[in-house]
Write a protein that binds this ligand. Structure first.
Ligand code: COA
Length: 206
C-alpha cells in the first residue's frame, strides 16, 4: 500500500472517491483555498498510484497521471484508501475508466462504430492487498456510479490477472476478436437478448 507524507483522512471521507479533471474527490466540500490544497494532494496520489500500476503491468510509462486526467473531460479515476486500518492511513488502489469512440468488429466480423463505448483504462490494487476482494469492491462501486454493466465494457490491454478477474466475477470469457488493443466480450453488441439495433451503434459506413 502507499503511504503519503500528508494526511489523507481529509481526502478519503469515504473509502472510495471518484475523481475527474478538477482532481477533487466527489465528496469535496470547501472553499477555493482548500480546493487547491486537496487537488494538489490528489495529484500526488494519482501520480504515485499510476506509476505503481505501470510497474505492475510492466508498462514503459503510466497510463494514469494527474496531468492526463486534468486534460480530458470524460475520464474518471476511482481511488481507494484504507483509513485507520492495520497499516494506518494508506492508499490501496485505483481504477481509471472513460468513454471512447471506437471502431470495433462484431461477432460476425463486421466493423461497427461505437460512440462513447465504456472503457476500462487502468486498474491496480497494491500487491500487498491483491486477491482479498478489494478489486471487486472498487469495480462494483465504479459500475454503480457509471451505471455500466460488465458485458458492455471494453478493456484496454487487459493483463492476465484482469482477464481472470472478469471471468471469475462477471462470467466474461468469450472474447470477440479485435485488431486494436481493446478486448470486448460476447454480448457486447446484444441488447435484451437480441441483436443490438440501438441508436448509438451504427454499422460503419451504413
Ligand atoms: N493471478 C491470477 N488471477 C488473479 C491474480 C493473480 N495473481 N490476482 C487477481 N486475480 C484474479 C483472480 O480471478 C482472483 O480470484 P482468485 O484469487 O479466486 O483466483 C481475483 O482476481 C481476485 O479478485 P480481487 O481480490 O477482487 O481482485 P484484486 O484486488 O486482486 O484486483 C487486479 C485485481 C487485476 C486489479 C489486481 O490483481 C492488480 O492490480 N494486478 C496488477 C495490475 C494489473 O494487472 N492490472 C490490470 C490492468 S489491465
Amino acid at each position: 500500500m502507499a503511504n503519503f507524507k500528508f494526511d489523507i483522512q481529509s481526502i478519503f471521507t469515504e473509502p472510495i472517491v471518484r475523481v475527474s479533471s478538477n482532481l477533487l474527490p466527489h465528496t469535496f466540500r470547501g472553499d477555493r483555498r482548500r480546493a487547491l490544497d486537496i487537488s494538489s494532494k490528489m495529484s500526488q496520489i494519482i501520480d504515485h498510484m499510476g506509476e505503481l500500476s505501470a510497474v505492475a503491468q510492466k508498462l514503459s510509462k503510466p497510463v494514469t497521471s494527474s496531468q492526463k486526467l486534468r486534460m480530458v473531460e470524460n475520464q474518471t479515476v476511482y481511488v481507494m484508501a484504507d483509513i485507520n486500518g492495520c497499516d494506518g492511513d494508506v492508499v490501496i488502489g485505483l481504477l481509471k475508466v472513460g468513454a471512447k469512440n471506437l471502431y470495433l468488429f462484431d461477432n460476425v466480423g463486421d466493423t461497427r462504430k461505437v460512440d462513447q463505448a465504456p472503457c476500462i483504462l487502468d486498474f491496480y490494487i497494491h500487491e500487498t492487498r491483491q486477491r482479498t476482494g478489494l478489486g471487486k469492491r472498487i469495480f462494483d462501486f465504479m459500475l454503480a456510479e457509471e451505471n455500466w454493466i460488465p458485458v458492455k465494457c471494453t478493456v484496454d490491454r487487459p493483463s492476465e490477472k484482469l482477464l481472470k478477474f472478469l471471468k471469475k466475477y462477471y462470467g466474461l470469457e468469450t472474447i470477440i476478436p479485435q485488431t486494436n488493443k481493446f478486448v470486448l466480450y460476447e454480448g457486447f453488441f446484444e441488447k435484451d437478448g437480441t441483436k443490438d439495433k440501438c441508436m448509438e451503434i451504427d454499422r460503419a459506413g451504413a
